[in-house]
Design a protein around this ligand. Sequence first.
Ligand code: ATP
Ligand code: MG
Length: 565
Amino acid sequence: MPNDKPDRTPNFIRNIIIEDLKHNKNDGRVHTRFPPEPNGYLHIGHAKSICLNFGLAEEFNGLCNLRFDDTNPVKEEDEYVKSIIEDVSWLGFDWENRLYYASDYFDQLYDYALQLIKKGKAYVCDLSSEETREYRGTLTEAGKESPYRNRSIEENVDLFERMYKGEFADGARVLRAKIDMAHPNMNMRDPVMYRILHAAHHRTGDKWCIYPTYDWAHGLEDSIERITHSACTLEFEDHRPLYDWFLEQLGTFHPQQIEFAPMNLTYTMLSKRKLLELVQGDHVNGWDDPRMPTISGLRRRGYTPASIRNFSEMVGVAKRESTVDIAMLEYCIREDLNKSAPRVLGVLQPLKVVITNYPENQAEELDAVNNPEDASMGTRKVPFSKIIYIEQDDFKEDPPKKYFRLAPGREVRLRYAYFITCNEVIKDEKTGEIKELHCTYDPATKGGNAPDGRKVKATLHWVSAEHAIDAEIRLYDRLFVKPDPGAEKDVDYKTFLNPNSLEILKSCKLEPGLKNVVAGERFQFERQGYFCVDSKDSKPDGLVFNRTVPLRDSWAKIEKAMKNK
Ligand code: ATP
Ligand code: MG
């Protein structure tokens, strides 16, 4: 379990549990579950559900299961199962020995179905899917009963067993619950419980050729595991009467389904189907592309488990759907890394600077602070020498009004080093491009302060050219150019993909202490943001870093947004 627990904010599900505990419902037990379908990688919306379910169990001394809702063999794969297990445990949650699969319950579900048939509450129906749709009626019109609705129990048992044995083709027959074709809730109009599907399942192989529907299976999965509070997203609100009906008919343990609003995030699509489309269409480089809102993408980008847990807590749990500003997620990772990530010097777009009055062949080691937020992180030495790199952006030949960084004739501070003054700009004769700067340093300003008290208006980061190590740095921007890419019904959300969401810088220069970094290590590059060693492409002789987020602090903006809520 996570040790750095975020502060608990009240929410209506927590209140329901508190009330239930007061009345000793379920003998005072709290048992939740996170039930993903292994048909894709988990995203930040799932993270919220994971934090909610495991968080409630933790808070009320209960248990939370991890359960794969693997009832649809066509879309499910083992790769997804593995990724989900990795993601949930990376977030810091422990299901102990309670890892379950809906497919483990297929035999039991089959028996339950036979029980319903024998009670006259389910029947085998031969209508085609098209006819079934026609018979279903509309929101304003009652449906029509299937001509197969009144088959005898014996015939239904026989046909269902033969469906199981594989005697019929896909789609030839279904098993339906016998409820009410005129029910105002369309979900109650004799919903399908089993469909015939001759498809191999990632766990049960060819054992089954009939597969349960979500509605039929989900409540029973909860019941079998004696889940007390079954939290799900709002779209299942209209399915709750059916959830309850099945459990009532069977007289089995009856968990309470509670719906909460799914999380939406600006500039982001949170739907496994759409994320799969982005992967399959090569719009991104796989599920763990650092631009993806998947947990694996966020992890590769440099997000920490604590930042995601804090974010989930901050977002809260509500009944009504809303959209969270992605700035809040970025705020959470900055907060975490500001305190925990060591600060280093790295130049993304190098500009060569020759310190003309610095001795040839000399190098010295200067003291640098690892994190001013945390003195216990100590200091380190960084080498300084005659030729250094600064950021191209940090020099302007013709500086605009409020530009205080380096310019001809101007003095600035090099972080932890010296004051330097720019004397000469060397350009390529043909292109006019700036090739290098010639500067002088003031030896009396060692460490970054002038003994005569003179001030400079800018402090730049830099690295010593001779000592620097090379790296590739990947900068990410939002994946979509629009805050709500899915909002327009008639326009494909992919139209709003940001063509500039990835920028690759190949000749970055980093301080030499970064030579032996390992995959996933995180740093603040001073003045540039937070960076993480790429877990896939970084090699000892070819370092690759991902920028997690730039430094810009958007707290003020978030605070304002929260006040206006
Ligand atoms: P699909 O579109 O494939 O149904 P799904 O995102 O609903 O995808 P599930 O595997 O069914 O995927 O989700 C597992 C759990 O995560 C469910 O309990 C679901 O309600 C919850 N969940 C899914 N999306 C969100 C979201 N955006 N915010 C909060 N919870 C979510
Ligand atoms: Mg779902």
